[in-house]
Design a binder for this molecule. Structure first.
Ligand code: BTN
Length: 274
């Protein structure tokens, strides 16, 4: 008897069979265990890995989240991958491109989860992937060589796929979820990765071709932060409460504070308040 696709290990063959991208994932490293796929991809970039190269691992021993957090990365049932982006727009467009990469990556992940998993996740600004109020996945973008001809961005994506509720650590159980917990069935991780890479490639192409409006509109529709009362946790333990009003052209989040002052937040952690 053959193992159902949902329970098969991630192999280069399974992934490449499912791929329909032009470039993304065509150069691929599949690893059993790695400290962090983002670190591995950044090291590979130093050795001239091409645009669209992907590192994927069954397990991370030092998975990293945003704002210096740890990313829970047990073996065999989730998706941990990093995509290298080298293509850059003209110099004057680069700040906009760097600010939008994390947001368009979140759109690619939500769309891939919808196509493969039949769920409709939302995005908590800037790039947390939520089902209801629980976190299904996250994105960590890291860049180097910005402003030079060798600029590279690593887009790291973690999605909880076939993780069971009892496999979540106690502190994550109330706030995290997986595709299997939500849909009550396991999913083929190679198909999810291939779809994610196609959705990411399409959106990168679209943005680089100047179709910013399409991405902006899609983000506004997907973002569950807009219209909500939020707490922004800023650096140095500072906090700010208000209502999330909209996304600005540069990807920042516009907050209207209780005293009606307007603040555009570029980085920070958002808590959706009740
Ligand atoms: C977050 O929501 O805090 C971002 C989580 C990003 C996790 C992914 S898993 C693959 C890649 N490698 C890492 O070390 N982190 C990202």
């Amino acid at each position: 008897m053959t193992t159902p696709a949902a329970f098969q290990p991630l192999t280069a063959q399974n992934i490449q069979r499912a791929l329909s991208t032009r470039t993304f994932g065509r150069t691929l490293h599949v690893l059993a265990e790695v400290p962090s796929t983002n670190t591995a991809a950044a090291a590979w970039a130093q050795e001239q890995a091409p645009h669209g190269a992907v590192v994927v691992a069954e397990c991370q021993t030092a998975g990293r989240g945003r704002l210096g957090r740890h990313w829970h990365s047990p073996s065999g049932n989730n998706l941990y991958c990093s995509v290298l982006l080298r293509t850059m727009p003209a110099r004057e467009q680069q700040p906009l491109w760097f600010s939008w990469i994390p947001l368009l990556a979140a759109l690619a992940v939500t769309r891939a989860v919808q196509v493969v998993g039949g769920l409709k996740p939302s995005v908590k600004w800037p790039n947390d992937i939520l089902v209801g109020d629980r976190k299904l996945g996250g994105i960590l973008c890291e860049s180097s060589g910005v402003g030079t001809a060798h600029a590279v961005v690593v887009v790291g994506v973690g999605v909880n796929v076939n993780l069971r509720e009892d496999e979540l650590p106690d502190e994550l159980r109330p706030i995290a979820t997986s595709l299997m917990i939500e849909a009550r069935q396991p999913f083929d991780r190679a198909a999810l990765l291939a779809t994610l890479l196609l959705e990411l490639e399409t959106r990168c192409d679209s943005f680089l071709a100047g179709r910013h409006g399409d991405i902006f509109e899609e983000y506004m529709l997907r973002c569950s932060t807009i219209g909500r009362r939020v707490r922004i946790e800023l650096a140095h333990g500072e906090q700010m409460d208000g209502t999330a009003e909209s996304i600005q052209a540069d990807g920042s989040l516009r907050i209207i504070r209780e005293d009606r002052t307007i603040v555009d937040v570029r980085t920070g952690d958002v808590v959706h308040l009740r």
